[in-house]
Design a protein around this ligand. Structure first.
Ligand code: CP
Length: 323
Protein backbone atom coordinates (compact mmCIF):
# COMPACT_ATOMS: atom_id res chain seq x y z
CA UNK A 1 0.00 0.00 0.00
CA UNK A 2 1.35 3.47 -0.80
CA UNK A 3 2.25 5.95 1.93
CA UNK A 4 -0.63 8.15 0.78
CA UNK A 5 -3.23 5.41 1.25
CA UNK A 6 -1.73 4.35 4.53
CA UNK A 7 -1.62 7.79 6.11
CA UNK A 8 -4.99 9.19 5.02
CA UNK A 9 -8.40 7.91 6.12
CA UNK A 10 -11.53 7.64 3.97
CA UNK A 11 -12.31 11.30 4.70
CA UNK A 12 -8.84 12.42 3.48
CA UNK A 13 -7.82 13.19 7.07
CA UNK A 14 -4.38 12.26 8.38
CA UNK A 15 -4.48 8.97 10.28
CA UNK A 16 -0.69 8.54 10.45
CA UNK A 17 2.07 10.98 9.45
CA UNK A 18 4.67 9.03 7.50
CA UNK A 19 5.78 11.10 4.53
CA UNK A 20 5.09 14.34 2.64
CA UNK A 21 4.45 12.11 -0.37
CA UNK A 22 0.73 11.84 -1.06
CA UNK A 23 -0.23 14.93 0.95
CA UNK A 24 -1.83 17.82 -0.90
CA UNK A 25 -1.02 21.53 -0.64
CA UNK A 26 -4.21 21.83 1.46
CA UNK A 27 -2.95 19.20 3.91
CA UNK A 28 0.37 21.03 4.30
CA UNK A 29 -1.29 24.45 4.72
CA UNK A 30 -3.62 22.98 7.36
CA UNK A 31 -0.61 21.68 9.31
CA UNK A 32 1.08 25.11 9.10
CA UNK A 33 -2.10 26.92 10.17
CA UNK A 34 -2.67 24.54 13.08
CA UNK A 35 0.95 25.02 14.21
CA UNK A 36 0.47 28.78 14.05
CA UNK A 37 -2.50 28.47 16.40
CA UNK A 38 -0.17 26.80 18.97
CA UNK A 39 2.66 29.31 18.60
CA UNK A 40 1.70 31.71 21.38
CA UNK A 41 1.42 28.89 23.92
CA UNK A 42 5.18 29.07 24.57
CA UNK A 43 4.79 32.62 25.91
CA UNK A 44 2.07 31.72 28.43
CA UNK A 45 2.85 30.93 32.07
CA UNK A 46 0.96 27.61 31.75
CA UNK A 47 2.16 26.12 28.47
CA UNK A 48 -0.58 23.50 28.12
CA UNK A 49 -3.82 22.80 26.27
CA UNK A 50 -6.04 19.77 26.96
CA UNK A 51 -6.21 18.41 23.37
CA UNK A 52 -4.59 15.04 24.19
CA UNK A 53 -5.62 14.70 27.84
CA UNK A 54 -5.97 11.01 28.68
CA UNK A 55 -3.92 9.91 25.66
CA UNK A 56 -0.54 8.17 25.79
CA UNK A 57 2.30 8.93 23.37
CA UNK A 58 5.40 6.69 23.14
CA UNK A 59 8.67 8.01 21.74
CA UNK A 60 10.61 5.11 20.18
CA UNK A 61 13.98 6.45 19.03
CA UNK A 62 16.11 3.58 17.73
CA UNK A 63 18.57 6.19 16.39
CA UNK A 64 20.11 9.16 18.22
CA UNK A 65 18.35 12.50 18.35
CA UNK A 66 18.48 15.74 20.29
CA UNK A 67 16.00 18.10 18.61
CA UNK A 68 13.31 15.76 17.29
CA UNK A 69 12.93 13.59 20.40
CA UNK A 70 12.84 16.46 22.87
CA UNK A 71 10.49 18.65 20.84
CA UNK A 72 8.11 15.69 20.36
CA UNK A 73 8.18 15.15 24.12
CA UNK A 74 7.49 18.82 24.83
CA UNK A 75 4.79 18.92 22.15
CA UNK A 76 2.96 15.89 23.59
CA UNK A 77 3.24 17.26 27.14
CA UNK A 78 1.93 20.67 26.06
CA UNK A 79 -1.07 18.84 24.59
CA UNK A 80 -1.52 17.18 28.05
CA UNK A 81 -0.70 13.64 26.87
CA UNK A 82 1.08 11.07 29.05
CA UNK A 83 4.51 10.60 27.48
CA UNK A 84 6.62 7.48 27.55
CA UNK A 85 10.23 7.65 26.31
CA UNK A 86 11.44 4.12 25.67
CA UNK A 87 15.18 3.87 26.32
CA UNK A 88 16.16 1.56 23.46
CA UNK A 89 19.56 0.77 25.01
CA UNK A 90 17.94 -0.71 28.11
CA UNK A 91 14.83 -2.11 26.39
CA UNK A 92 14.12 -5.72 25.39
CA UNK A 93 15.15 -4.76 21.83
CA UNK A 94 18.72 -5.48 23.02
CA UNK A 95 17.57 -9.06 23.86
CA UNK A 96 16.30 -9.61 20.33
CA UNK A 97 12.65 -8.55 20.67
CA UNK A 98 11.23 -7.77 17.23
CA UNK A 99 9.76 -4.40 16.24
CA UNK A 100 6.35 -6.03 15.89
CA UNK A 101 6.48 -7.51 19.40
CA UNK A 102 7.58 -4.13 20.80
CA UNK A 103 4.57 -2.51 19.08
CA UNK A 104 2.15 -5.20 20.30
CA UNK A 105 3.38 -4.97 23.91
CA UNK A 106 3.12 -1.19 24.03
CA UNK A 107 -0.32 -1.35 22.40
CA UNK A 108 -1.30 -3.74 25.20
CA UNK A 109 -0.51 -0.85 27.58
CA UNK A 110 -3.00 1.28 25.61
CA UNK A 111 -0.45 3.59 24.01
CA UNK A 112 -2.40 5.69 21.50
CA UNK A 113 0.41 7.09 19.40
CA UNK A 114 3.95 6.09 18.49
CA UNK A 115 6.68 8.50 17.37
CA UNK A 116 9.35 6.41 15.64
CA UNK A 117 12.89 7.07 14.47
CA UNK A 118 14.89 4.22 12.96
CA UNK A 119 17.95 3.83 10.75
CA UNK A 120 16.03 1.53 8.37
CA UNK A 121 13.93 3.22 5.68
CA UNK A 122 10.32 2.07 5.90
CA UNK A 123 10.17 1.36 9.65
CA UNK A 124 7.39 3.89 10.33
CA UNK A 125 5.39 2.45 7.41
CA UNK A 126 5.91 -1.04 8.87
CA UNK A 127 4.48 0.13 12.20
CA UNK A 128 1.58 1.85 10.44
CA UNK A 129 0.72 -1.32 8.50
CA UNK A 130 0.57 -3.31 11.75
CA UNK A 131 -0.89 -0.74 14.16
CA UNK A 132 -4.23 -1.52 15.82
CA UNK A 133 -7.25 0.58 14.84
CA UNK A 134 -7.17 3.84 16.80
CA UNK A 135 -3.36 3.84 17.07
CA UNK A 136 -1.41 6.47 15.10
CA UNK A 137 2.17 6.35 13.88
CA UNK A 138 4.40 9.41 13.32
CA UNK A 139 7.62 9.14 11.35
CA UNK A 140 10.45 10.96 13.17
CA UNK A 141 13.01 9.97 10.51
CA UNK A 142 13.54 6.63 8.75
CA UNK A 143 16.90 5.82 7.18
CA UNK A 144 17.57 7.90 4.09
CA UNK A 145 13.87 7.98 3.21
CA UNK A 146 11.92 10.71 4.99
CA UNK A 147 11.87 13.17 7.88
CA UNK A 148 8.49 14.80 7.30
CA UNK A 149 8.08 16.67 10.59
CA UNK A 150 11.49 18.31 10.01
CA UNK A 151 10.33 19.36 6.53
CA UNK A 152 7.13 20.84 7.96
CA UNK A 153 8.94 22.85 10.64
CA UNK A 154 11.24 24.10 7.88
CA UNK A 155 8.22 25.14 5.78
CA UNK A 156 6.79 26.87 8.85
CA UNK A 157 10.06 28.78 9.36
CA UNK A 158 10.08 29.84 5.71
CA UNK A 159 6.45 31.00 5.88
CA UNK A 160 7.07 32.98 9.07
CA UNK A 161 9.87 34.89 7.33
CA UNK A 162 8.72 35.06 3.72
CA UNK A 163 4.91 34.78 3.79
CA UNK A 164 4.18 33.59 0.27
CA UNK A 165 5.95 30.46 -1.01
CA UNK A 166 5.34 31.03 -4.71
CA UNK A 167 8.07 33.58 -5.61
CA UNK A 168 10.82 31.86 -3.64
CA UNK A 169 14.10 30.40 -4.87
CA UNK A 170 15.32 27.84 -2.36
CA UNK A 171 18.85 26.41 -2.46
CA UNK A 172 19.54 23.16 -0.58
CA UNK A 173 23.29 22.67 -0.25
CA UNK A 174 25.48 19.71 0.68
CA UNK A 175 24.93 15.98 1.07
CA UNK A 176 21.62 15.49 -0.74
CA UNK A 177 22.29 11.81 -1.46
CA UNK A 178 22.05 10.62 2.15
CA UNK A 179 19.57 13.22 3.40
CA UNK A 180 16.04 12.17 4.37
CA UNK A 181 15.52 15.83 5.32
CA UNK A 182 16.29 17.03 1.77
CA UNK A 183 13.94 14.47 0.23
CA UNK A 184 11.06 15.59 2.46
CA UNK A 185 11.88 19.30 2.03
CA UNK A 186 11.93 19.03 -1.78
CA UNK A 187 8.53 17.30 -1.80
CA UNK A 188 7.08 19.94 0.54
CA UNK A 189 8.57 22.90 -1.36
CA UNK A 190 7.27 21.61 -4.69
CA UNK A 191 3.83 20.86 -3.20
CA UNK A 192 3.67 24.40 -1.79
CA UNK A 193 4.55 25.78 -5.22
CA UNK A 194 7.87 27.59 -4.75
CA UNK A 195 9.32 29.15 -7.88
CA UNK A 196 12.54 27.12 -7.91
CA UNK A 197 14.16 24.40 -5.83
CA UNK A 198 17.92 24.11 -6.36
CA UNK A 199 20.18 21.39 -5.06
CA UNK A 200 23.87 22.20 -4.80
CA UNK A 201 26.64 19.70 -4.19
CA UNK A 202 29.32 17.47 -5.69
CA UNK A 203 28.16 14.76 -8.12
CA UNK A 204 29.11 12.10 -5.55
CA UNK A 205 26.62 13.52 -3.02
CA UNK A 206 23.64 13.92 -5.36
CA UNK A 207 21.31 11.07 -6.33
CA UNK A 208 21.61 9.88 -9.94
CA UNK A 209 18.98 11.52 -12.18
CA UNK A 210 18.32 14.12 -9.49
CA UNK A 211 16.59 16.55 -11.84
CA UNK A 212 14.07 14.00 -13.05
CA UNK A 213 13.57 12.12 -9.81
CA UNK A 214 13.30 15.12 -7.48
CA UNK A 215 12.05 17.96 -9.70
CA UNK A 216 14.89 20.36 -8.92
CA UNK A 217 17.62 22.36 -10.64
CA UNK A 218 21.09 20.94 -10.07
CA UNK A 219 24.22 23.02 -9.41
CA UNK A 220 27.73 21.78 -8.73
CA UNK A 221 29.12 25.29 -8.10
CA UNK A 222 27.89 26.81 -4.82
CA UNK A 223 28.40 30.36 -6.05
CA UNK A 224 26.07 29.78 -9.00
CA UNK A 225 23.60 27.83 -6.86
CA UNK A 226 23.34 30.45 -4.17
CA UNK A 227 22.99 33.52 -6.43
CA UNK A 228 19.73 35.39 -5.72
CA UNK A 229 18.44 32.59 -3.46
CA UNK A 230 15.79 33.66 -0.92
CA UNK A 231 16.26 30.65 1.33
CA UNK A 232 19.50 28.71 1.88
CA UNK A 233 19.28 25.32 3.56
CA UNK A 234 22.60 23.79 4.54
CA UNK A 235 22.78 20.04 5.18
CA UNK A 236 25.10 17.99 7.36
CA UNK A 237 27.55 15.56 5.80
CA UNK A 238 25.93 12.25 6.79
CA UNK A 239 29.19 10.40 7.37
CA UNK A 240 27.44 7.57 9.21
CA UNK A 241 25.52 6.75 6.00
CA UNK A 242 28.46 7.01 3.58
CA UNK A 243 29.98 3.88 2.16
CA UNK A 244 33.25 4.39 0.32
CA UNK A 245 35.12 7.62 -0.35
CA UNK A 246 32.52 10.09 -1.61
CA UNK A 247 34.52 13.22 -0.85
CA UNK A 248 38.26 13.85 -0.44
CA UNK A 249 38.13 15.54 3.00
CA UNK A 250 35.94 17.75 5.17
CA UNK A 251 38.43 20.56 4.62
CA UNK A 252 38.05 20.30 0.83
CA UNK A 253 34.26 20.06 1.18
CA UNK A 254 34.25 23.31 3.14
CA UNK A 255 36.52 24.97 0.56
CA UNK A 256 34.13 24.03 -2.28
CA UNK A 257 30.71 23.99 -0.62
CA UNK A 258 30.94 25.64 2.80
CA UNK A 259 28.71 28.66 3.42
CA UNK A 260 30.96 31.64 4.14
CA UNK A 261 30.11 35.29 4.72
CA UNK A 262 31.41 36.22 1.28
CA UNK A 263 29.36 33.52 -0.49
CA UNK A 264 26.24 34.54 1.45
CA UNK A 265 26.52 38.02 -0.10
CA UNK A 266 25.62 36.44 -3.48
CA UNK A 267 22.17 35.47 -2.20
CA UNK A 268 19.21 37.81 -1.95
CA UNK A 269 20.03 40.50 0.68
CA UNK A 270 17.21 39.28 2.94
CA UNK A 271 17.93 35.58 2.42
CA UNK A 272 17.48 33.36 5.46
CA UNK A 273 20.01 30.66 6.38
CA UNK A 274 18.66 27.35 7.68
CA UNK A 275 20.12 24.04 8.87
CA UNK A 276 18.16 21.11 10.35
CA UNK A 277 20.99 20.38 12.81
CA UNK A 278 23.20 19.05 14.11
CA UNK A 279 25.67 21.52 12.55
CA UNK A 280 29.29 20.68 11.89
CA UNK A 281 30.79 24.16 12.23
CA UNK A 282 33.63 24.74 9.81
CA UNK A 283 32.43 21.88 7.57
CA UNK A 284 29.03 23.02 6.25
CA UNK A 285 29.25 26.64 7.32
CA UNK A 286 31.34 29.23 9.11
CA UNK A 287 30.42 29.92 12.72
CA UNK A 288 29.93 33.60 11.87
CA UNK A 289 27.20 32.56 9.40
CA UNK A 290 25.62 29.95 11.69
CA UNK A 291 25.29 32.59 14.42
CA UNK A 292 24.80 35.56 12.08
CA UNK A 293 21.78 37.82 11.68
CA UNK A 294 20.45 35.92 8.65
CA UNK A 295 20.52 32.60 10.49
CA UNK A 296 17.14 31.24 11.64
CA UNK A 297 18.54 27.90 12.80
CA UNK A 298 17.40 28.16 16.41
CA UNK A 299 13.98 29.44 15.34
CA UNK A 300 13.62 26.20 13.36
CA UNK A 301 14.10 24.30 16.64
CA UNK A 302 11.51 26.43 18.47
CA UNK A 303 8.96 26.05 15.67
CA UNK A 304 9.48 22.29 15.86
CA UNK A 305 7.35 22.22 19.03
CA UNK A 306 4.35 23.94 17.40
CA UNK A 307 4.61 21.81 14.26
CA UNK A 308 4.80 18.59 16.28
CA UNK A 309 1.84 19.71 18.41
CA UNK A 310 -0.09 20.25 15.17
CA UNK A 311 0.79 16.83 13.78
CA UNK A 312 0.10 14.98 17.03
CA UNK A 313 -3.27 16.68 17.47
CA UNK A 314 -4.28 16.24 13.82
CA UNK A 315 -3.47 12.52 13.66
CA UNK A 316 -4.75 11.46 17.07
CA UNK A 317 -7.66 9.02 16.66
CA UNK A 318 -10.53 8.57 19.10
CA UNK A 319 -9.65 5.25 20.83
CA UNK A 320 -11.55 2.33 19.37
CA UNK A 321 -12.56 4.22 16.25
CA UNK A 322 -11.54 2.42 13.09
CA UNK A 323 -10.69 4.09 9.81
N1 CP B 1 17.12 17.69 12.74
C1 CP B 1 17.14 16.57 13.47
O1 CP B 1 16.49 15.57 13.12
O2 CP B 1 17.90 16.63 14.60
P1 CP B 1 18.04 15.46 15.66
O3 CP B 1 18.78 14.32 14.99
O4 CP B 1 18.80 16.04 16.83
O5 CP B 1 16.66 15.01 16.05
Amino acid sequence: MSAANLQLDDNNKMRHFLSIEGLSREHLIRILDTAESFLNLSDRSVKKVPALRGKAVANLFFENSTRTRTTFELAAKRLSADVLNLNIDTSATTKGESLLDTLRNLEAMHVDMFVIRHSESGTAHFFARHAQPGVSIINAGDGQHAHPTQAMLDMFTIRQHKGDFTPLKVAIIGDILHSRVARSQILALNTLGVSEVRVVGPKTLLPIDTRESLGVHVFHDIEEGITDADVIIMLRLQKERMTGALLPSEHEFFQRYGLTESRLKLASPDAIVMHPGPINRGVEMETVVADGKQSVILQQVSYGIAIRMAILSMTMQPRGETS
